[in-house]
Design a protein around this ligand. Structure first.
Ligand code: NOJ
Ligand code: CA
Length: 688
């Protein structure tokens, strides 16, 4: 770490003795560097005594001076009148193990600086600390608000953390704060044409540098949107609350980390554990009761409209059909069977009527106990489902009973759902100190619902149940601390393909890889081998791309989403799907560009096998797979599923697939053609 200036050192000594030097000893500016020296942070105050931060990389300005601070209710300002009162530095290095994930071991090496800001007496004498962690491939920083006489509770109307991106560039993003939550089509624009975006937002600068802005450890706070103020200047704006301020917190507390991943190439954004490293270690201890695995489910039929969640002649979740799915799962090595619409409450207009859902009572045509016994006898696990319709007041009132029931039945994963427009969450107000039983509206990413999602995860953990949240708040790496929060939606998943031709365009998945997937696992639900949505509408996908999704879009629970009758028509594709792992020792992006294509190589955590998968946008291309990741001096058999001649998502030849088997070793390469909207998959097994 670069030595602090003499002034800073003097101030450090002063603060070590308990004095908060406001005048003579205060350094005007501090700098800190990442372990390899490539990133240089500067923290200072501007001519209006406003705290600012800036960042250079390899000698080039990346983030121009950008503001820090808060706007509080009651006219209190925490953006001006500050001086640096002192600082502390630290270093950290460790390698820690994930219970499950994209890689078994995660390395954390960082330099840290804590900067103490104090407001002048006439500006309110408030204190605000900033903790910066510099890694070689990114930076994270958070506000730490210490206990102080002039401020007991912060009612934060907005946080004004700035990000002024110095070089020009392009961005991939979805709008934040719009009605459809995170389920938007990705936009690709110039950076100065972004409006208000969700994070992660990904950028490529003129010189090729890749950036992704996001946050880590979003707990008891509102999620932030990345709002453009002017040119390439952005600032945080917090998801709102119907109680007034977006966030209310008693001091002391720390905000989530604001993060920027930084890399020369797209792969450096993807193979980057910044947010995980900024989260707290596992709080749950041994979570071996959660087993990653593949699943099927009574689901696509409702999404397409062939079956219903509601009771009646087309009810999907019948005892008979569930037995059929359990049998299929047992025969093909699927660990789980998801059943939606098993519970009471779906019969009315469930959208907007979340008060009707029961989480403990099954419909009369669904023998819950009998099916749980049947599944157990076949070595299969039912996957539970809790749709809330956004009524978290009703869900919270049944939460403990609901999870206890699942525990009793041996259901160890639950998919939850919060289908309502943004701002449409119905929450009780006890937590605001208001009348018990009263409700108020909330946002999926507002402080109230952020707390709710985590409460669900904690109650579920108590009952040894893992959670897969649909209509979630964005993932901020909390799976490190609560490893039973195993997957979530939080982007347009496969379901959109049921509702319109090419509803998710061919570039959707190769964009997800570099945007949404940076935040964590996604329950995308691949495996629509029919390549057809409702009324036969085509998917923007070839058959080989459906297989490529299993390797490119990571989740520890991975669905084969089609009807079992359709899966049955594709024994050769099922050979891949029923062998692809959902837990990895290593993961590498071996080729790809944001929004264009992505090819991963991942090593099974339970064997010496490797798997390769790729997804492509609309432009056909040939990619070179370099087997450099294999162990030297060993021969491997590669089984290949690839786009057939003339394959294209635009024609009936989307079904064209070709198969190949080769022997390869480290040092070999193989050219693979990816069709428009195409993809590929490989299984690589060491030869005896
Ligand atoms: C939307 C979810 O994304 C989908 O998977 C689920 O089936 C429905 N809500 C009903 O809960
Ligand atoms: Ca959804």
């Amino acid at each position: 770490m670069k030595p602090l200036s003499l002034l800073a050192a003097a101030s450090l000594i002063a603060s070590a003795f308990g004095a908060v030097p406001l005048h003579a000893q205060s350094p005007a500016a501090l700098t800190a560097t990442s372990p390899d020296g490539s990133l240089v942070l500067s923290v200072t105050t501007d001519n209006d005594k406003r705290p600012t931060w800036s960042l250079s990389r390899k000698g080039k300005l990346l983030i121009a001076p950008s503001r820090l601070g808060f706007l509080l209710a009651d006219g209190i300002n925490m953006t001006r009148g500050f001086a640096i009162a002192g600082s502390e530095t630290a270093k950290g290095e460790e390698t820690w193990e994930q219970p499950w994930g994209e890689r078994r071991f995660v390395h954390d090496k960082h330099n840290e600086v804590l900067v103490r800001f104090v407001q002048a007496e006439e500006d309110g004498a408030r204190r605000m600390n900033l903790r910066f962690r510099l890694f070689d491939d990114g930076i994270g920083f958070r506000y730490e608000l210490p206990e102080q006489p002039a401020l007991k509770t912060m009612r934060i109307t907005d946080e004004v953390t700035g990000f002024t991106i110095a070089p020009k560039g392009e961005a991939w993003w979805i709008p934040g704060g719009e009605w459809n939550r995170y389920e938007q089509v990705y936009q690709h624009t110039a950076i100065d044409a972004v409006s208000t975006a969700h994070t992660p937002i990904t950028m490529k600068l003129e010189d090729g540098t890749h950036l992704a802005f996001h946050e880590a450890a979003l707990v008891d706070y509102a999620g932030y949107w990345f709002k453009r103020a002017d040119g390439q200047s952005f600032r945080t704006t917090l998801a709102p609350s119907s109680q007034g301020p977006a966030v209310v917190r008693d001091l002391p507390f720390a905000t989530p980390w604001r993060t920027v991943r930084i890399a020369d190439e797209a792969a450096g954004l993807v193979e980057n554990d910044l947010e995980l490293n900024l989260n707290e270690p596992n709080k749950l201890g041994d979570v071996s009761w959660f087993q990653p695995g593949r699943y099927i489910g009574i689901w696509w039929g409702m999404i397409r409209g062939d079956w219903t969640w509601a009771e009646g002649p087309r009810h999907g979740a019948t005892t008979q059909r569930t037995r059929q799915y359990i049998d299929y799962a047992a025969a093909h090595g699927f660990r789980g069977v998801l059943v939606e619409g098993w519970d009471k409450g779906w019969n009315g207009n469930w959208f907007g009527h979340g008060q009707d859902f029961s989480y403990t009572q099954a419909t009369p045509d669904f023998d819950l106990d009998g099916l749980a016994d049947y599944a157990r006898s076949k070595g299969v696990h039912l996957i539970g489902h809790h749709e809330t319709g956004g009524n978290i007041a009703n869900y919270e009132s049944q939460l403990d009973d609901a999870m206890a029931l699942y525990e009793k039945l041996g259901v160890d994963v639950v998919k939850t759902g919060y289908v309502t427009d943004a701002g449409g969450i119905v929450a009780d107000t006890d937590r605001y100190g208001l009348k018990p039983g009263a409700t108020r509206m909330a946002w999926h990413d507002g402080q109230r619902t952020v707390n709710h999602y985590l409460d669900v995860v904690e109650v579920a953990a108590k009952h040894h149940v893992a959670v897969n949240t649909h209509e979630p708040v964005k993932d901020t790496g909390l799976r490190r601390t609560w490893p039973n929060w195993v997957s979530r939606e939080g982007a347009r998943g496969m379901e959109y393909n049921a509702w319109g031709a090419y509803a998710n365009g061919p570039d959707h998945e190769p964009t997800l890889v570099y945007t949404r997937m940076l935040s964590g696992p996604m329950d995308f639900t691949p495996g629509i081998l029919s390549l057809e949505g409702a009324e036969g509408v085509p998917l923007a996908s070839t058959l080989a791309k459906q297989l490529g999704l299993y390797v490119t879009l990571y989740s520890p629970i991975q669905m084969a989403a089609d009807f079992v009758e359709e899966l049955d028509k594709h024994p050769r594709e099922m050979d891949f799907i029923t062998s692809v792992p959902t837990d990895w020792a290593e993961s590498h992006l071996i080729a790809g560009e944001v929004g264009d294509y992505a090819v991963f190589a991942r090593k099974d955590r339970a064997s010496a096998r490797w798997f390769v998968g790729g997804v492509n946008d609309a432009t056909p291309r040939t990619v070179k797979v370099d087997f450099r990741f294999l162990d030297p001096g060993k021969a491997y058999e590669v089984r290949i599923w690839k786009d057939g001649e003339g394959a294209s998502y635009l024609t009936e030849k989307r079904h064209a697939i070709a198969y190949d088997t080769r022997t390869v070793q480290k040092g070999d390469t193989l050219d693979v053609w990816l069709a428009p909207g195409g993809g590929m998959a490989m299984r690589i097994v060491p030869k005896p």
